[in-house]
Write a protein that binds this ligand. Structure first.
Ligand SMILES: [Zn+2]
Length: 492
């Protein structure tokens, strides 16, 4: 396995654990209060013992470093004369608006920002421009800024602001074919500028509104809304040697729950994870929710601008939980909604909101220290077609991690398949690891674990620019960053 070339630690100094202090506070209070207790009955003793941890926790809360959290949004809907990247024609109408949303976390001088966008993808250009602007506006290292796209196919790809960030950046990849061509189109140019300004605006507002926060995490199964679009075909044993012709997803008889031709279901993460940041008044500051699911409910049936299901789901979740609801896209390279179209979009959004609410009712409170950020750069090997397209031998890619207590956000480039996220989560030293795809640019588009190329299909052909080894290198690098950050977490 190829080694990551460098690990750049961007975290602040590790903080001291408050556990020792908590224990001594508890013992001190018990020794001080117990002799004063007039009725030293077993019942009273029990009451005192039950009460003391609360007193001790309150004392510890005063001494533990405070996590501050703030969230905000800004509109990034382009003018409707901007060209739809699928058809090359103007969008014409807006079904629902697009946003950038920011979550700012701050603890003992360390700041981290997660910016999530209603865009098809994040370009390396956008990452560079946003990190420069947000880094300067919030006085934090640009590298502590994480960018994630929802992968809504009814929103533009993020623009390409400058040449030479990545080989032939203005390459002929079909997905960006209308983007550089629009750079001199005034409505598109205005949108390019707006995207940076809106990112700064959201991040500044989030920081300005930041206040002491607690963190709760809930999980719930949402498997009925998803399916793996890469079912695993049988290698042998079909009489006649050939599977019957498959019914396409557009056919009225098609059903995501029925597999055709003796295939097996591909792997799927059925989890919706929701992380709730709440103020001292117990009101929601922000709910980050993470699902791995392509945002293709509106596309291709409606050509309008739309945030797709993450827009509708965020509105529904915010209406039941309050505060900002921010969607983080997971490793959705092989996962698609079970049904598509506007009616299915509404059902999905409502269903996710109900489930998010259920998950929060049974959520666990997490510790919130320390807040750390780190990243590593890895060279991903390219296929001959990938080399031809980019003019590069290998693609230099960043793997970024932000952690808060036991919670880790891992940002991967491109469109990782389910197995990539699972491999990282299972070996992560952080018990609450959320793996994001579609982050920070420099992706090789679809990427699976070694062996996936042999299964063929669209994702592993023209739409995947990396070799079969690339997914393994991404996993190894992510684990290296996670372990280096975990080394900084004070142990018992
Ligand atoms: Zn995709």
């Amino acid at each position: 396995m190829k080694q990551a070339r460098q690990v750049i630690d961007l975290s602040g100094p590790p903080v001291n654990s408050s556990r020792t202090e908590l224990l001594s506070v508890r013992l001190f209070l018990f020794r001080a209060l117990y002799p004063l207790c007039p009725y030293r009955s077993p019942a009273m003793r029990l009451r005192l013992l039950l009460l003391l941890p609360l007193v001790a926790l309150a004392s510890a809360a005063e001494t533990a470093p405070t996590l501050r959290a703030g969230a905000a949004r800004a509109d990034i809907t382009p003018e409707t004369s901007v060209l739809n990247w699928v058809s090359g024609k103007p969008y014409g109408t807006v079904l629902d608006p697009l946003f950038v949303q920011a979550l700012v976390l701050e603890q003992e001088g360390t700041k981290a920002v997660i910016l999530r966008y209603d865009l098809t993808g994040i370009s390396e250009s956008l990452r560079e421009e946003v990190r420069k602007a947000v880094g300067a506006a919030l006085a934090l290292p640009g590298e502590n800024v994480m960018l994630n796209a929802s992968h809504s196919h009814s929103a533009p790809w993020s623009p390409i602001y400058a040449d030479s960030l990545r080989g032939r950046e203005r390459d002929n990849w079909w997905a960006i074919r209308f983007m550089p061509a629009q750079n001199n189109h005034p409505p598109f140019k205005r949108w390019m500028d707006r995207l940076i300004a809106a990112s700064v605006e959201a991040a500044k507002q989030a920081l300005a509104s930041a206040r002491p926060a607690t963190v709760n995490l809930g999980r719930v199964a949402v498997g009925e809304y998803l399916y793996n679009r890469r079912p695993r075909a049988p290698a042998w044993g079909l009489a006649g040697g050939k599977a019957p012709p498959a019914i396409p997803a557009s056919h009225p008889d098609w059903n995501a729950e029925i597999l055709q031709g003796g295939a097996s279901f591909g792997p799927m993460d059925r989890t919706l994870a929701i992380v709730s940041f709440r103020g001292a008044d117990n009101k929601t500051i922000a709910s980050l929710y993470h699902v791995a699911l392509h945002a293709v409910s509106i596309y291709p049936s409606n050509p309008a601008i739309s945030a797709d299901w993450p827009g509708a789901a965020s509105r529904a979740i915010a209406s039941v939980l309050g505060g900002e609801a921010l969607f983080l896209q997971g490793c959705a390279g092989d996962i698609t909604p079970w049904k598509r179209g506007e009616a299915a979009n509404a059902t999905l959004a409502g269903g996710l909101a109900t489930k998010a609410q259920l998950a929060m009712r049974q959520s666990a409170a997490l510790t919130t220290t320390p807040l750390l950020a780190g990243r590593a750069i890895v060279d991903l090997p390219l296929t001959p077609a990938g080399k031809e397209r980019t003019g590069l031998d290998v693609l230099e890619t960043e793997i970024q991690v932000i952690t808060c207590g036991p919670l880790a956000f891992v940002a991967l480039p491109g469109e990782p398949l389910t197995d990539v996220g699972t491999a990282i989560r299972e070996k992560s030293p952080f018990p609450q690891t959320l793996v994001l795809g579609y982050s920070n640019g420099d992706g090789i588009h679809y990427v699976g674990m070694p062996g996936e190329k042999a299964r063929g299909g669209y994702e592993m052909g023209v739409a995947g620019a990396g070799t079969d080894a690339a997914g393994g290198l991404i996993v190894d690098t992510a684990l290296r960053v996670l372990r280096s950050l975990h080394d900084k977490v004070p142990k018992k």
